[in-house]
Write a protein that binds this ligand. Structure first.
Ligand code: ZN
Ligand code: ZN
Length: 170
């Protein structure tokens, strides 16, 4: 069984526990949650964009990743990737990063809704970890591996891979 370690920049309590359960359920991973929070290094911050560079965060974290594990970092800052104004997450080198910044309904001027927020975080975590396990983007809008261009795409898709993607995992 592959081991996945979850780290977080701020404590997300129950949301993190639910993410861990879903990742176990969907991918059969052995998931552990780090008790201590970690700090995002300031060098990934782009002052002009007022956002963090997601690639720089992954590069830094990949140095702390152990050989036999996959790493999922839940962060609360806004991130971007090449060619994108923002992104919900990124994954390479055995490290997945999920930003919760734009998953919170308050970001869109709506009242806080814990179940919606945690549902979105589960989907984005299952998407990025899917990449770590070798899955590519899928054109089924209900599949977790569908690329979310904006939050609506995340709300439409589910947290599980479609039958075709499941087959690719095997
Ligand atoms: Zn993706
Ligand atoms: Zn799919």
């Amino acid at each position: 069984m592959r081991r996945l370690r979850i780290i977080q920049s701020t404590r997300m309590g129950k949301v993190t526990e639910v993410i861990a359960e879903r990742l176990k359920e969907v991918y059969g991973l052995d998931v552990v949650i780090d008790k201590e929070t970690f700090s995002i290094t300031p060098h990934s911050f782009n002052a002009l964009r007022r956002q963090h560079d997601a690639i720089a965060i992954v590069e830094t974290l990949s140095k702390t990743k152990k050989e036999d594990e996959l790493l999922l970092a839940l962060i609360d800052v806004d991130v971007y990737a090449p060619g994108l104004n923002y992104c919900f997450g990124i994954a390479f080198k055995g490290v997945a990063v999920v930003s919760t910044y734009r998953l919170d309904p308050r970001f869109y001027g709506l009242p806080y809704d814990e179940s919606l927020y945690s549902e979105r975080a589960i989907k984005e975590a299952c998407h990025e970890v899917g990449h770590l396990l070798g899955l590519k983007h899928c054109n089924d809008p209900k599949c977790v591996m569908y690329f979310s261009n904006w939050i609506h795409d995340t709300d439409v898709k589910g947290y599980v891979p479609c039958a075709r993607c499941i087959n690719k995992l095997r």
